[in-house]
Every structure is written in structure tokens, then in C-alpha cells.
Design a binder for this molecule. Structure first.
Ligand SMILES: Nc1nc2c(ncn2[C@@H]2O[C@H](COP(=O)(O)OP(=O)(O)OP(=O)(O)O)[C@@H](O)[C@H]2O)c(=O)[nH]1
Ligand SMILES: [Mg+2]
Length: 333
């Protein structure tokens, strides 16, 4: 058996080169994302490395690289699907899980909606879907990740779609302008609004009103005393859910560091923000999945209230596959 490695910027290029070099009988053995060579690698670009094999004697009726699928060698013949999932940034174990879950028929068709459904079937535990609100929903996270905007989107969507009122609490009062941003949103949405200038005022604000409350906090370092005080206060209360907001383009290493840094705040949920700005959300999702914290929302742009989705398995699968940018409609296993 002849085995060769092919390194190209995209899976499509690699498969084309393999077909030209080894012919249509070649089989994909494995796929990896590797650092690109030369200056492309220095600036962080990655190539796809596909290992292909040519059987010593072509087996009659044996499936080929691009069309490869057979019941006796399911993974290698599904290499095209795994390669494309890897190229979209998915980690290997997830890509292989999806490929293994695919039936030959699903594999053959491989339209984008079918792949999204397949991937979604593996994401149930990582998402919360449309869960009921806790009495208090607190949003924490580094500066500028989109906490305030996310809260405004949630309150505005609930108001517009279900006629439901959520109260807004600005616990970010020490920064000039920060509370005004939320106050403005509250008045546009028609939501009750309170400012908490201290932990004591926050304690009082959380008692008031009959609606569920969305609490906006200042973007600050987890080592900051303010966050410790907040945690201490919320730790004494029931019905509190804490969302840690992390930007989608955060690398796996940075995400792990962030999750460690915010560990004491005990986040119950992760909001993945700025999905529209990220090349891939897969590294962040892999880091979050390791910690077993489900994703509650995805934010997909600056528009309030449109650019927010509940993190359903389908929505997360759509974000991971970047909805068609990888040419899935034309793909087969
Ligand atoms: N592209 C994009 N921009 C977003 C998204 N969500 C928020 N933003 C923008 O990010 C910037 C910061 O948003 P904020 O909601 O003020 O962020 P924050 O976390 O409250 O910031 P601090 O309170 O300063 O920590 C604003 O310009 C938002 O319009 C998103 O999903 N996509
Ligand atoms: Mg803010």
C-alpha cells in the first residue's frame, strides 16, 4: 500500500491534489490541521494535512477519496467528512464522533442542513436551549465582551416576542456612562431599571419587583475585590444564575485561563459573544466543554435585539459550521 501526506491550505485543495496524484482509488487515512510552512506559519495560518493511501491492487468497486464510503472501513472512508469538519475548526474527537454517527446515506447526501442536524445531535449536553429564567440572572466577564448589549438584547427580545417584562439592574455604577448605556436600553424597551452603587444597594435591588432580573456588572478582572463582594452576596441567595460572557474568538488556551480566573465566581452558564467576528468558535467550545459548563446564548452582531440566539444544539451547530461557508452543500464523505 502506498501512503502519502498532502499539505494544502484547504481540504478541497488537498483532495484535488490527491486525486490528481494517486487517482480516484485513493483513500483518506487521516486529516490534521498543522502550522503552515514559512511566513504563513509565522503569522499563525494553518494548513490541512491529509494522509492518503493507495491500495496495492485496486479493489473492484472500492470507494474513492472524494466519494469514499464503505461499511467495512467506516472511518477512513469518511475521511472527507472528518477533514471538512476539522477544517471548520472542530476538534478531532468531535469531528470523528459526528462522522461515526453519520449513516452512509446521510454521508452520501451531506447537505448543510443534514450535517447541522448530525452535529447538533452531539451537542445536547453543551447547551441549555430555551430554559426558564432564574429570579436573578447575572452577567460577568472581561471588559468589552458584550455583557450590557447581551442583557439589552435578552430583555428586548422577551418583550417583543412574548410580551414578557424582565427587570434590568445596573451594578456597574462606578464608571461614568456605564449605567447610562443600560438605562437608555431600559427606557427604549420599557423595562424596569435600577442602579446599584454598592453591594448593599444591589442586595436591596435584588429584593424588589416581581420580574426576573438581569444584572449587568462592570467588566473587570476576576481578582478585583468588586467581583469577590458580588460573589459573596450572590452566594447567599437562592435563584441566582451566573453567566460568564466570553468572546467567540478566544483561543482554547486563553479560554482555559479565563475559566480558571473566574472559577471562584462559579459561572453556571457561558455566553459566547461576537460569534460574527470569530473565524471559528470550536477552540472556545472545546475548552468550555471540558469544564462541563453549558452555553446559554450566542451573540452574533451589534444589533439590539436581533443579534442574539438561545444556545440550542442547532444554533451552536450552525455557529460551528459557519452556516455554509465551507461549501457543505457540495460535499460528500
Ligand atoms: N460584532 C459584535 N459586536 C458586539 C456584539 N455584542 C456586543 N458587541 C459590541 O461590543 C462592544 C462592547 O459591548 P458592551 O455590551 O458595552 O460590552 P460590555 O461587556 O458591557 O463592556 P464593559 O461594560 O465595558 O465591560 C459594543 O460596541 C457592542 O456593540 C456581537 O455579538 N458582535
Ligand atoms: Mg457594560
Amino acid at each position: 500500500m502506498k501512503v502519502k501526506k498532502y499539505r494544502q491550505p484547504t481540504v478541497r485543495d488537498a483532495l484535488r491534489t490527491i486525486r490528481e496524484d494517486l487517482g480516484a482509488e485513493a483513500l483518506v487515512v487521516s486529516t490534521d490541521m498543522v502550522a503552515a510552512r514559512g511566513w504563513r506559519g509565522w503569522i499563525g495560518l494553518r494548513d490541512v494535512q491529509v494522509t492518503a493511501a493507495l491500495p496495492a491492487a485496486p479493489v473492484s468497486g472500492r470507494p474513492a477519496v472524494a466519494e469514499g464510503r464503505s461499511a467495512d472501513t467506516p472511518l477512513s472512508t469518511r475521511g472527507g467528512l472528518v477533514a471538512r469538519l476539522l477544517a471548520s475548526g472542530l476538534d478531532r474527537s468531535m469531528a470523528e464522533r459526528v462522522a461515526t454517527a453519520a449513516t452512509d446515506a446521510e454521508c452520501r447526501g451531506a447537505s448543510l442542513p443534514e450535517l447541522r442536524t448530525l452535529l447538533a445531535s452531539q451537542l445536547g449536553k453543551l447547551t441549555t436551549g430555551d430554559e426558564p429564567y432564574a429570579r436573578v440572572e447575572v452577567f460577568i466577564g472581561p471588559p468589552g465582551v458584550g455583557k450590557t448589549t447581551t442583557i439589552a438584547k435578552i430583555a428586548a427580545q422577551e418583550r417583543a416576542r412574548r410580551g414578557r417584562t424582565l427587570g434590568l439592574v445596573g451594578a456597574d455604577a462606578f464608571r461614568a456612562g456605564a449605567v447610562e448605556q443600560l438605562r437608555t436600553y431600559a427606557s427604549i424597551i420599557g423595562a424596569p431599571f435600577r442602579v446599584a452603587r454598592s453591594i448593599e444597594e444591589l442586595d436591596t435591588a435584588l429584593e424588589k419587583g416581581r420580574h426576573s432580573l438581569l444584572v449587568d456588572t462592570a467588566g473587570r478582572s476576576p481578582k478585583d475585590g468588586g467581583l469577590r463582594d458580588l460573589r459573596r452576596l450572590l452566594g447567599t441567595r437562592r435563584g441566582v444564575r451566573t453567566h460568564l460572557v466570553i468572546a467567540a474568538d478566544t483561543s482554547a488556551t486563553t479560554a482555559r485561563r479565563l475559566l480558571d480566573a473566574y472559577h471562584d465566581a462559579r459561572p453556571d452558564r457561558i455566553v459566547i459573544s461576537k460569534v460574527d467576528e470569530a473565524e471559528t468558535v470550536a477552540p472556545l467550545l472545546a475548552a468550555v466543554a471540558d469544564r462541563g459548563i453549558p452555553v446559554s446564548y450566542l451573540t452574533t452582531g451589534q444589533r439590539v435585539p436581533e443579534d442574539l440566539d438561545r444556545a440550542t444544539p442547532a444554533a451552536l451547530a450552525g455557529a460551528l459550521l459557519r452556516d455554509g461557508e465551507w461549501g457543505w452543500a457540495a460535499a460528500s464523505c
